[in-house]
Design a protein around this ligand. Structure first.
Ligand code: FMN
Length: 328
């Protein structure tokens, strides 16, 4: 059944969504997620006692995480019923941000399969409105709240205010579309101060989301600083920065299967270097059950994806879980 749904979705993605202008396709996809109760259909979920994992001590019903992109609570709630073991919010900033102008998302297709390049620029409602919208959101599975700031004070305010609404908090220092956030990876010393301050105030376990563009800094400076501050989880990672003349900013973050080989390499190296001291959420390019299984076999505590949700549809989580159980 899940195989048939996956095949039908591919036809829909290639035949309908890919023929629409990107903003129309996004609007259509999000309207469908808000309106259609896919999450009531058991076919999108799979529960089994062999699937749960812990992340920072928090129990996830399975190791598949929806990566950061959505902030609408109706979509977050829906996604929680679509087979994921945890759902991550869009990165939230102190003040509302309109994001970068259109075009801010384009499709790409390589031999590896369909991907995206975005320069979304953290379009989000800001701390106060987002916090109000989370009141009443039932955590059908753990919620990971993602935040980004331009100073230690910003991060501290965000983590204090939003932490209680999540089960874990993700510190985004890696989105390539806003210079001020991306540049944190170039200032590992200052970042150490941020991590120490956040570890002292966070009401929930912290995750640091890393950029695949800064492997050297990540592994020599940032992860050791995180561990010393008491932050034991990294999400490796975000999109890869590339030039893309079709976007309003002339560059953006590449996501999808083209970045999978780097995700696997980054995971292998990091696991070898830091061993069990570090819990790793491996994100980047997962769009099939075997890619998810390969990352888990290499020691990822969980796997995250976003682009696969768009290109392979909401059945992908279920397909991954079936594959994991079959291999168990
Ligand atoms: C349109 C779009 C918006 C995104 N917004 C965020 C964000 O707000 N915060 C963040 O940490 N990552 C964001 N990401 C990155 C994803 O969460 C993920 O780390 C990245 O796309 C790599 O995984 P994937 O290849 O499975 O998509 C975004 C990605 C896309 C395509």
């Amino acid at each position: 059944m899940s195989r048939t749904i996956a095949a039908l979705y591919r036809l829909f993605y290639d035949g309908v969504l890919c023929r629409l202008p990107e903003p129309t396709a996004i609007a259509l996809g999000q309207a469908a997620l808000r309106a259609l109760p896919f999450d009531r259909l058991p076919v999108f979920r799979l529960e089994d006692p062999r699937l749960p994992v812990t992340l920072g001590g928090v129990r996830l019903p399975n190791p598949v995480v929806l990566a950061a992109q959505y902030y609408d609570p109706r979509i977050l709630c829906r996604a929680m019923g679509l087979g994921f073991g945890a759902v991550t919010t869009k990165t939230i900033t102190l003040n509302p941000r309109p994001g970068h102008p259109q075009p801010n998302l384009v499709r790409v297709r390589s031999a590896a399969g369909p991907g995206l390049v975005n320069c979304n620029g953290f379009q989000n409602p800001g701390l106060d409105a987002f916090r109000a919208s989370l009141t009443g959101l039932r955590h059908r599975v753990p919620l990971i709240v993602s935040v980004a700031g331009e100073s230690v004070e910003d991060y501290v305010t965000l983590v204090r205010a939003l932490g209680p609404f999540g089960d874990l908090v993700e510190i985004n220092i890696s989105s390539p579309n806003t210079r001020l956030v991306y540049a944190w990876s170039e200032r590992p010393r200052e970042l150490r101060g941020v991590l120490e301050a956040l570890a002292a105030v966070s009401p929930r376990p912290l995750i640091v989301k890393l950029s695949p563009d800064f492997a050297e800094a990540n592994e020599h400076d940032i992860i050791p600083a995180a561990l010393e501050a008491g932050v034991r989880i990294v999400n490796y990672g975000n999109t890869r920065r590339i030039d893309e003349p079709r976007l309003s900013q002339g560059s953006g973050g590449l996501s999808g299967p083209e970045i999978f080989p780097a995700t696997l390499d980054n995971l292998r190296r990091t696991r070898k270097r830091f061993g069990d001291a570090l819990e790793i959420v491996a994100t980047g390019g997962v769009d099939s059950p075997d890619k998810a299984a390969a990352l888990l076999a290499e020691g990822a505590r969980a796997v995250g994806y976003f682009t696969g949700f768009i290109t392979r549809g909401p059945i992908l989580a279920r397909r991954i879980l079936e594959h994991l159980l079959h291999a168990a």
